[in-house]
Design a protein around this ligand. Structure first.
Ligand SMILES: Nc1ncnc2c1ncn2[C@@H]1O[C@H](COP(=O)(O)OP(=O)(O)OP(=O)(O)O)[C@@H](O)[C@H]1O
Ligand SMILES: CC(C)(CO)[C@@H](O)C(=O)NCCC(=O)O
Length: 386
């Protein structure tokens, strides 16, 4: 990940250097589908401190940084790694790790086996799971979770990373044209006001008006979890990656009813192009149509349905709020250029070019980063939210 360190966040914040908690430094976002773990690996350990460093701490560092897969389901996103980051007056590397939240019992076993319970470390967590798993963390690894709000953490993490990486923010140019479509870096140094659409299991839509100033406008339960759940039901696939691969090969127009299927062409009076979806899954009431579709078509139709619904709600919010820039984040967008391009096109098309869809490279990790930053303010643990 190419990040310049000249952003405003590369300066050491006074509150971050005052008194810092003992290592290891983690930020954890325990979501409805995925748990995101951001680990700060210090690169400036003086030799005398290296000698003093407890074996457990060294082992944890080695284990996390030497592997990119943990068990069957944990992954480190090495392509997102950020070098030369200053946090809490220390210089180091940020590592980005994820695993399914359903694997939490295995994660706790692993943490126990690596000796986490013997370290006097503060663990900061956000996301619903910080509340749901609080007791398990205490009982099984003797860890008290310091909990932070997921949306506060999200915004804090976005501001930090955007200030660090000049190429973090981008948009898709010519999203409808496969030959001309390209990813273009967007200068997001003067961002306010903007909207954030966080597409996780469910979707939260926020309006951000200044540094750390935001409100949650609305949300929808039809999100990334819905796409994956429906796709598993309809196609028999068993993972997000598989669902996206199927969708990439499918044709949703065999599943959906288009305006031209109803009108025979455009519905010109109200500007509805014939190729527009009039009714998602609208062909599937007929047996012969059902027999003619493949699981690839069904996966694509599911992806298009969920994405267009998110796009439609977003557009209405942006209109109501009078906002022109929308940043889409969340792991639903992971390896999912189909949805990013659809959202880009939909924002542009329906707003007559006024709205721009923006995306961030560290798409699903901002909550965990924000949480790690909060850790710097909790050396004595008194900032935790109840
Ligand atoms: N490897 C994966 N396994 C499961 N889901 C994945 C994976 N990669 C991407 N996804 C998608 O990302 C979504 C989860 O995104 P994210 O991690 O941002 O949300 P979350 O924090 O789990 O959910 P919420 O914020 O609603 O609690 C899933 O619903 C799925 O659509
Ligand atoms: C419940 C959360 C905030 C958990 O991250 C998220 O999944 C969400 O915003 N769901 C949508 C809830 C709604 O209908 O507004």
């Amino acid at each position: 990940m190419s990040c310049n360190n000249s952003g405003s966040n590369s300066a050491n914040h006074p509150e971050e250097t005052a008194e810092v908690p003992p290592m290891p430094w983690f930020g954890m976002d325990i979501g409805g589908s995925l748990t995101k773990l951001v680990y700060f690996e210090p690169m400036d350990i003086p030799p005398d401190e290296q000698d003093l460093e407890v074996e457990t701490l060294k082992n944890i560092r080695r284990y996390l940084t030497n592997n990119s897969a943990y068990g069957n389901t944990g992954h480190r996103d090495a392509h997102l790694q950020m070098n030369g980051v200053y946090i809490g007056g220390r210089k180091g590397i940020l590592h980005f790790i994820r695993f399914p939240t359903s694997e939490m019992p295995n994660f706790l076993d692993l943490a126990k086996s690596k000796g986490m319970a013997t370290l006097a470390s503060t663990v900061c967590a956000t996301g619903g799971g910080a509340y749901k798993f609080e007791q398990q963390f205490l009982n099984e690894v003797n860890m008290t979770l310091h909990k932070f709000d997921e949306l506060d953490s999200l915004i804090r993490g976005m501001e930090f990373i955007e200030g660090y990486c000049s190429s973090e923010c981008y948009y898709w140019e010519n999203p409808k044209d496969d030959d001309k479509c390209r990813k273009v870096t967007f200068d997001f140094s003067r961002p306010y006001p903007f909207m954030v659409v966080n597409v996780g299991s469910g979707v939260s839509i926020l309006v951000v008006t200044g540094a750390g100033k935001f409100r949650r406008v609305t949300g929808t339960s039809l999100g990334g979890g819905t796409f994956l759940g429906l796709c598993c039901l309809l196609t028999g696939c068993t993972s997000f990656e598989e669902a996206i691969k199927l969708a990439a090969k499918g044709d949703s127009t065999k599943v959906d009813k288009l305006v031209k299927d109803i009108y025979g062409g455009d519905y010109s009076k109200f500007g509805l192009n014939g190729d527009l979806v009039a009714s998602s899954f609208g062909q599937m009431n007929l047996e012969e149509r059902r027999e003619a579709v493949s699981k690839e078509d069904l996966a694509k139709a599911t992806l298009v349905t969920i994405t267009n619904n998110i796009g439609s709600i977003t557009r209405m919010c942006a209109l109501t709020e009078g906002i022109e820039r929308v940043v889409f984040v969340g792991n639903f967008l992971r390896v999912n250029t189909i949805s990013m391009k659809l959202l880009s096109y939909a924002m542009e098309y329906w707003s007559g070019g006024a709205l721009r869809a923006l995306f961030l490279e560290h798409e699903g990790y901002f909550g965990a980063v924000g949480c790690l930053l909060e850790l710097m303010r909790t050396s004595n643990g008194d900032q935790s939210e109840s």
